[in-house]
Write a protein that binds this ligand. Structure first.
Ligand code: HEC
Length: 124
């Protein structure tokens, strides 16, 4: 009877070892998922999506070629081109009080604001 108990104990150890191996195999694919997710967590916006946001909300004041009109020019050589991403994100989100530039923080998502900035940058 003692021998049988010992045998069962050994079997249990072998099974535990196999189980351990199985666990490490499952860890590998989840590591792969994390690697795939990293590039999509890109800080920059999507230029194509940003053009749509621009055409729908900004073109009337800033012009189809971003050369300005009611709003300031946003193209190459403009003041905006010399400002940092953070400065422009803040202006787009909050607007410029006392001017025609509205804040978009309530009507556009953070992603849409990043996208439209990416579009503006692509035109500078
Ligand atoms: C109703 C007109 C109007 C609309 C619509 C508008 N803007 Fe403006 N925008 C302005 C005006 C006017 C200014 C200049 C404010 C000032 O005097 O500093 C401005 C300034 C800016 C600036 C800062 C430029 C600089 O050199 O400081 C950015 C960036 C900008 N707008 C982006 C956008 C984006 C992006 C949209 C669309 C989501 C948009 N604007 C929609 C009128 C508008």
């Amino acid at each position: 009877m003692k021998r049988l108990v010992a045998l069962v104990a050994v079997l249990a150890l072998v099974l535990a070892a196999c189980g351990g191996g199985g666990t490490s195999t499952t860890e590998a694919p989840s590591g792969t998922t994390a690697t795939t997710a990293a590039p999509s967590g890109n800080a920059g916006g999507d230029v194509t999506a940003g053009k749509t946001v621009y055409d729908q909300n900004c073109v009337s004041c800033h012009g189809a070629d971003l050369s300005g009109g009611v709003g300031k020019a946003l193209n190459a050589g403009s003041q905006a081109a010399g400002k940092s991403d953070d400065q422009l994100l803040k202006i787009i989100t909050d607007g410029v009080s006392g001017t025609a530039m509205p804040g978009w923080g309530n009507s556009l998502s953070e992603d849409q604001i990043k996208d439209v900035l990416a579009y503006i940058r692509s035109q500078e």
